[in-house]
Design a protein around this ligand. Structure first.
Ligand code: ME8
Length: 519
């Protein structure tokens, strides 16, 4: 099973023009679970995340706050990094686009695109949305009732006329269509692929890739009056994170990226602009771009003006990190929009975690502590029920693995929890508490099978709930060096006689405070 191949995975880099919200933590958690999954599969993983610090939006917000753009970016980038640390996001590098090596990478990409004849100087005249940091054709914009013009995202647009460098995006239409055809997994989920295909088939216009009316960006090589369009610099972070341009061995190891995880609103940048930039610079293309959906608060769009923004730190404090990680990845199919609410999180905590997995572990471990001298019991001859139970948990790996590779962490969790349910039925049906007096050997077998099932479930749950899974593995006596996926199945079975620590509950029930209950 171990596969030492490198695996390079990234999140989008967030705008630090405000503090992180639940959408940011959702993306970080999902990508972290994928990175952890591949590490546990034995792959050589590189996981990069970070902040996207340039552009007009950042410059304008900093000016309003009365600080320099760099100070503003630093203040918020620290919050993003702290959020990652709070949620056990196992990144290998937190990249800031103001990092020095990122300037070098962006300028090198520019030079290569220019050498390839794809950059020319012209004049941009058209609509620009600062909030989206994106250009829009007039036909894409809509006239609002008050006479103002809006981007399709609802953000206001302004008319921009300035000298600008252009990238010959129009020349890449055929090559992009060929890419989507030859590499059908390039865009996921499938529905997004169809959207992009239709968009590119309608024809592409050249893209303005520099600005002269502000200076908060990466200077254009050879023409420092211009700074690069923030998206050109931002997308290049994925190359910087793999050692581009100078670290040849890192680059060989990790480029092209295996997976870019992003949100559905920025798929065009990643599946049209980004591959075209890379083709132009003569660099290999990422293998897959997967767009997750948006989180809503009880079905309502999250926005500052609605006042329903949820602070990720408050979620961690209120429910616990692993419970939030589990909830966000379990609740909505990855790739579709999802809704969160206090009731839904509490429902998952109390049903799936405390009742289903927590009680199973706690009941079986307490019986072992009391009746088996605190040691992993020795199984006797297995009954058909024992065999069926072990066969069910042994069969999880291919399903869980396929789901994470997709990536579909919700499907991995659903498969695991089917076996949790089966283990509860098995435990209740075998009644080990009744066997204590009548047939202690049979009781030991049932407890062994239950603990072995919990062991494998905990190993498989590690990508999503690293801390809780590790506690469970401690409790069932799984050695520290036997917790990767190589220890799944028959080869890694629980060793009878192993001393177990005193059982402790791993998944507490969520009890409403009086104030919450009354509201
Ligand atoms: O787009 N639910 O930054 P960003 C789920 N800097 N995901 C959400 C979300 C929500 N409600 N709101 C935002 C940017 N996201 C650029 C990316 S990459 C080279 C540059 C996701 O801070 C969003 O889709 O606006 C994106 O993937 C990420 O959070 C950062 O968004």
């Amino acid at each position: 099973m171990p596969d030492q191949k490198p695996f390079y995975v990234t999140t989008a880099i967030s705008y630090p023009n405000g503090v992180p919200h639940i959408g940011h933590v959702y993306e970080a958690i999902a990508t972290d679970a994928i990175a952890r999954f591949h590490r546990l599969s034995g792959r050589d993983v590189r996981f990069v995340t970070g902040t996207d610090e340039h552009g007009l939006k950042m410059a304008q917000t900093a000016a309003r706050e009365g600080v320099t753009p760099f100070e503003w970016a630093t203040r918020n980038a620290e919050r993003f990094r702290a959020m990652d640390e709070r949620f056990a996001i196992s990144f290998d590098r937190f990249i800031r686009t103001t990092d020095k090596d990122h300037y070098a990478a962006s300028q090198e990409v520019w030079r290569r695109m220019a050498e390839n004849g794809d950059i020319y100087l012209g004049k941009y005249e058209g609509w620009y949305s600062v909030r989206d940091e994106a250009y829009f054709d007039e036909a894409e914009t809509v006239l609002a009732e008050d006479g103002s013009r809006k981007a399709p995202t609802g953000a206001p647009v302004e008319w921009v006329v300035e000298e600008s460098y252009f990238f010959r995006l129009s020349a890449y239409q055929d090559r992009l269509l060929k890419l989507y055809e030859e590499q059908p997994g390039f865009i996921g989920p499938e529905a997004r692929r169809n959207e992009i295909l239709a968009f590119v088939k309608r024809g592409l216009t050249d893209l303005s890739i520099s600005r002269t009316t502000f200076d908060w960006g990466v200077p254009v090589p050879g023409d420092p009056r211009h700074v690069m369009y923030v998206w050109l610099d931002a997308l290049t972070n994925y190359l910087t994170g793999a050692g581009f341009p100078d670290d040849a061995s890192e680059l060989k190891r990790f480029w092209p990226a295996d997976l870019h995880v992003i949100g559905k609103d920025i798929i065009r940048f990643h599946t049209v602009f980004w591959p075209a930039f890379l083709m132009s610079a003569g660099l290999p293309l990422p293998k897959r771009v997967f767009a997750h959906g948006f989180l809503t608060n009880r079905g309502e769009k999250i926005s500052k003006s609605v006042g329903n923004v949820v602070d990720p730190f408050a979620l961690a404090d209120g429910y616990g990190v692993d419970a939030v990680r589990y909830f966000l990845l379990r609740e909505a199919p990855f790739g579709q929009d999802g809704s969160y609410s206090h009731e839904a999180i509490v429902g998952r905590i109390n049903a799936d975690l405390a009742n289903d997995l927590g009680n199973l572990a706690q009941r079986s471990l307490s019986m072992v502590a009391k009746n088996c001298e605190g040691r992993a019991p020795a199984p006797g001859v297995p009954s058909p029920a024992d065999e069926a139970m072990l066969a069910a948990v042994d069969a999880l790996w291919p399903k869980v693995s396929a789901a994470f590779v997709e990536p579909a962490p919700h499907a991995a969790l659903a498969a695991i929890w089917t076996v949790v349910a089966e283990a509860n039925r098995y435990f209740a049906g075998q009644e080990p508490w009744a066997l204590r007096k009548t047939d202690p050997e049979r009781m030991a077998t049932v407890l062994y099978v239950t603990l072995e099932t919990v062991r494998q479930i905990a190993i498989l749950a590690q990508p999503v709930m690293p801390e809780a899974a590790s506690k469970l593995l401690d409790l069932v006596g799984s050695p520290e060096n036997a917790r990767s996926f190589a220890a799944l199945g028959e080869g890694g079975r629980l060793v009878p006689g192993a001393a177990l620590p005193a059982p402790q509950p791993v998944f507490p029930r969520y009890v409403e405070s009086e104030a919450e209950a009354a509201s």
